[in-house]
Write a protein that binds this ligand. Structure first.
Ligand SMILES: NC(=O)c1ccc[n+]([C@@H]2O[C@H](COP(=O)([O-])OP(=O)(O)OC[C@H]3O[C@@H](n4cnc5c(N)ncnc54)[C@H](O)[C@@H]3O)[C@@H](O)[C@H]2O)c1
Length: 289
């Protein structure tokens, strides 16, 4: 099967998005920004409804800001075959659990059109780890979004057998939808950007754990030198220190040579219930509404 498409060949075909949560609705938004249809499947009908509404409200602003494109739409579908009918691309953005992702990919594989490209938005699992029921591994890859429509880089990564022409298709057509792909050329936990960002977070935590600096010193230098609106500690507080610890634990499980200081420092905050913005206190304190 060929997974080689030009934009003109796919622009009138829908995209199927599985999972209507934080990322699924944002992915649906971007694929509706050239006038086409994003079909959303989520067993939680309230989530699917909220995602359709999010796309309807947000899309005009995205299209205006870009100055090109057309306002398409998102539709909720309550069956997997309906969502996939005619789709050129199936993107999965369901919870970060292999016991959900593996069976879902089997259900998608059973009914998708023969030429649909399959992509997972997983942040921490290589697509290879969830392809058990996908018969043709050449049609599958990681396609990892950040936070569109404001953070529009995308990581692409092969499952080890992904067809070269499939990756070339995505490298060519994704910019048409306002998202910009970068290909990890080897399997890499954290792909490209998240892995580099993990190292920045880790060393920031380490200088504080060693008593070299305070969080506000590190953040102040990032803001002055790189004109960032927020430094690493402010960003960790926003994400949630429990989530930051989970991510660092995942890297440490793969690489036992990583320093323990950053995890120990995070543990102290998490154990004290100081999870960042969401609890009113982390590295900084936040007024509660
Ligand atoms: N949140 C982030 O910042 C972020 C960033 C990049 C990538 N990701 C990745 O995106 C994926 C989704 O994360 P999220 O934050 O959007 O999760 P979320 O919890 O906000 O949404 C997940 C959605 O999937 C739905 N779902 C559950 N089982 C399903 C099934 N079988 N079929 C279809 N939908 C199903 C849930 O009802 C829910 O609406 C994860 O793999 C995560 O690693 C998240």
């Amino acid at each position: 099967m060929s997974y080689s498409f030009t934009f003109e060949q796919i622009e009138n075909r829908p995209v199927a998005v599985f999972g209507a949560g934080t990322l699924g609705r944002r992915i649906a938004l971007m694929f509706a920004s050239r006038g086409g249809t994003s079909r959303i499947y989520d067993p939680n009908v309230e989530q699917a409804r909220a995602a359709v509404e999010y796309v309807a409200q947000t899309l005009p602003g995205v299209v205006d800001q870009r100055g090109s494109g057309a306002v398409g739409a998102a539709e909720a579908h309550d069956s997997i075959p309906d969502a996939l009918d005619g789709a050129w691309l199936a993107v999965e953005a369901v919870p970060e659990r292999l016991d959900i992702k593996i069976p879902l990919w089997g259900q998608i594989d059973a009914v998708a059109p023969a030429d649909t490209i399959f992509a997972t938005n997983s942040s921490s699992y290589a697509s290879r780890l969830m392809d058990k029921h996908i018969r043709d591994k050449a049609r599958f890859c990681n396609m990892h979004f950040y936070m569109p429509p404001t953070a529009n880089a995308v990581d692409l990564m092969s499952d080890g057998e992904t067809s070269r022409e499939l990756l070339d298709t995505l490298l060519t057509v994704l910019p048409e939808f306002g998202v910009y792909p970068f290909e990890a050329r080897k399997e890499s936990t954290g792909f490209i950007f998240n892995r580099v960002w993990a190292a920045i977070k880790r060393e920031s935590l380490e200088v504080v754990a060693e008593g070299v600096a305070r969080p506000e010193d590190v953040d102040g230098m990032f803001k002055l030198n790189w004109h960032m609106p927020a430094g690493p500690f402010q960003m960790m507080d926003s994400v949630g220190l429990d989530v930051v610890l989970d991510i660092e634990d995942h890297y440490a499980a793969e690489n036992p040579n990583l320093p323990a200081g950053p995890r120990e420092l995070l543990h102290r905050y998490v154990d004290a219930g100081k999870l960042g913005v969401k609890t009113g206190e982390g590295f900084y304190t936040y007024p509660q509404a």
